[in-house]
Design a protein around this ligand. Structure first.
Ligand SMILES: [Ca+2]
Ligand SMILES: [Ca+2]
Length: 391
C-alpha cells in the first residue's frame, strides 16, 4: 500500500489537492541534514545547505506542510520537502523573458491556499521586439509522485507600459494581513520619470483584489484606468515588500549609486524617486537629497554605501525570540543579512545588526519552526537553513 493511497484515505479530496506535500511528513517533521556552511566567527547563525539552485530568486513556505516552493530566474521552479530532502520539478509555469534582472520572479501561496491550492507568481514577460514588462499571475498548484504542476495558470496583472530594458522589474508580491488584497511592487524599469507619472504603474506599489483588478478604496481610484491600481509611487526598484506583524506595509528599494531606502508604505504617498535620493546617478550626476520641505515622504532608513537587498521578511518565530517583530533583509551586494527594528508609529527604522555571509543572498523566509530559509544568488547558489549558532 503506497503512502499516497493512505493519504487519500485519510483526507478529503479537496484538502489533498491543496496541500500536496502533506503525505510526505505525516510520519516525521524532522528536517533532513544538510551540508554545513562555514560562517564568520561570532555569527548568531549555524548554516546548512540543503539544495543546489540555479539562479534561485524567491522562496515561499507552503502553509500546512512547511515545504518550499523556490523559483529560479531562468524560468524553472522546485518544490522541496526539507523533511525528506526530495525536490520535485514544477511544470505549467509561464514563459519568461530571461536576461539581466529579468526572468521568473516572486512566488507566494494565496491566503486561502489550504482550501484553494492557489499560488501566485511574478515574472518578466516578453512584449513586442525587445520590450518587456513585469507580470503576475495565479494558478492551481498540485503534486504527483514524480513532479508538481500549475494548472489553469493565468496572468492577472502587468506593467502598463512595455520597456526595452531588462532592469528594475521589482515584482515582489505581498498579501494584506486579512488576506483580501494583493500588493505588487512595480519597478521603474530604469526609466526614472515614469515613477512620478500616475498615468502608468511603473515605479509604484499597486493594490489589487486577489483576481488582479484594482482594489476598492485606492487613493487614485477616481482617475480610473491603470491609475486606479496605484497605492504609492515615486519608487525605484523594490526587492523587499512585506507587512510587519502589526499590519503595516514596508518596501525596500535599491537606490542608484547610494541611497537604498526602506519606506513605510501608505496610500497616496510619493517617495520622491527620481527627484530626490540620498544616492547619485551612475553617470555621476547628482540627485538632490531629501529635505524636510521637499514635499516627498522620506525613507525610514537609508544606506550609503548600499546594502543591495534581494528580499526581506519580518521575523515572528521562537528560534530567534529576541528578534520577534524585526525585519530581516537578505542582501546581494553586501552579502549580509541586516536586522532592522522598525517603528510604524513614527515611520522610522534602525539597523540593529549586520551578519556577513560567504555569498550574495537573494531571498529569505521564515520556516514553520522559526528557522530561516535563505536563497543564495547565482548559478551555483544554495538553499540555506539558518538556526541559532551553538544549538
Ligand atoms: Ca525616496
Ligand atoms: Ca543625492
Amino acid at each position: 500500500m503506497t503512502r499516497k493511497f493512505l493519504t487519500i484515505a485519510l483526507f478529503p479530496a479537496g484538502l489533498l489537492a491543496a496541500s500536496c506535500g502533506a503525505s510526505a511528513n505525516v510520519e516525521t517533521s524532522a528536517i533532513a541534514a544538510g551540508q554545513p556552511v562555514e560562517l564568520e566567527a561570532g555569527s548568531p547563525f549555524a548554516a546548512e545547505a540543503l539544495l543546489d539552485l540555479d539562479e534561485g530568486w524567491a522562496v515561499a513556505v507552503e502553509p500546512g506542510t512547511g515545504n518550499l516552493l523556490i523559483t529560479e530566474k531562468g524560468g524553472t521552479a522546485k518544490y522541496f520537502d526539507p523533511h525528506s530532502g526530495v525536490a520535485k520539478d514544477v511544470t505549467g509555469l509561464p514563459e519568461v523573458a530571461y536576461g539581466g534582472q529579468g526572468g521568473l520572479g516572486d512566488i507566494a501561496f494565496a491566503p486561502d491556499y489550504e482550501t484553494s491550492g492557489t499560488v501566485y507568481l511574478s515574472w518578466a514577460k516578453r512584449d513586442e521586439g525587445d520590450a518587456t514588462r513585469a507580470a503576475a499571475g495565479m494558478g492551481t498548484f498540485s503534486c504527483a509522485e514524480e513532479a508538481c504542476a500549475f494548472s489553469e495558470f493565468r496572468e492577472i496583472w502587468q506593467q502598463s507600459v512595455p520597456i526595452t530594458s531588462f532592469g528594475h522589474f521589482s515584482h515582489k508580491i505581498a498579501f494584506s494581513p486579512d488576506g483580501t488584497k494583493l500588493f505588487i511592487s512595480s519597478g521603474d524599469r530604469m526609466q526614472q520619470m515614469p515613477a512620478q507619472d500616475l498615468s502608468n504603474n511603473l515605479g509604484t506599489v499597486v493594490r489589487l483584489n486577489l483576481d488582479g483588478t484594482p482594489a476598492e478604496g485606492n487613493p487614485f481610484a477616481d482617475q480610473g484606468g491603470v491609475t486606479a491600481q496605484i497605492w504609492s509611487y515615486g519608487q525605484r526598484n523594490m526587492l523587499g515588500l512585506a507587512f510587519d506583524p502589526g499590519g503595516q506595509l514596508w518596501a525596500l528599494e535599491h537606490g542608484p549609486r547610494g541611497g537604498d531606502e526602506l519606506n513605510m508604505v501608505e496610500p497616496g504617498n510619493n517617495y520622491g524617486w527620481p527627484v530626490r535620493s540620498y544616492g547619485e546617478n551612475y553617470n555621476g550626476d547628482p540627485i538632490p537629497d531629501h529635505t524636510e520641505d521637499d514635499g516627498f515622504v522620506k525613507p525610514a532608513i537609508y544606506w550609503n554605501p548600499v546594502i543591495a537587498p534581494g528580499g526581506m521578511t519580518f521575523y515572528t518565530g521562537e528560534m530567534f525570540a529576541d528578534w520577534q517583530g524585526q525585519l530581516l533583509v537578505a542582501n546581494l551586494g553586501s552579502q549580509t543579512i541586516v536586522r532592522i527594528a522598525t517603528d510604524a508609529s513614527t515611520g522610522s527604522a534602525t539597523e540593529e545588526a549586520r551578519y556577513p555571509f560567504p555569498r550574495r543572498l537573494r531571498d529569505i523566509a521564515e520556516a514553520d519552526d522559526g528557522a530561516l530559509w535563505v536563497v543564495e544568488d547565482g548559478g551555483e547558489g544554495r538553499l540555506l537553513r539558518l538556526t541559532p549558532a551553538g544549538d
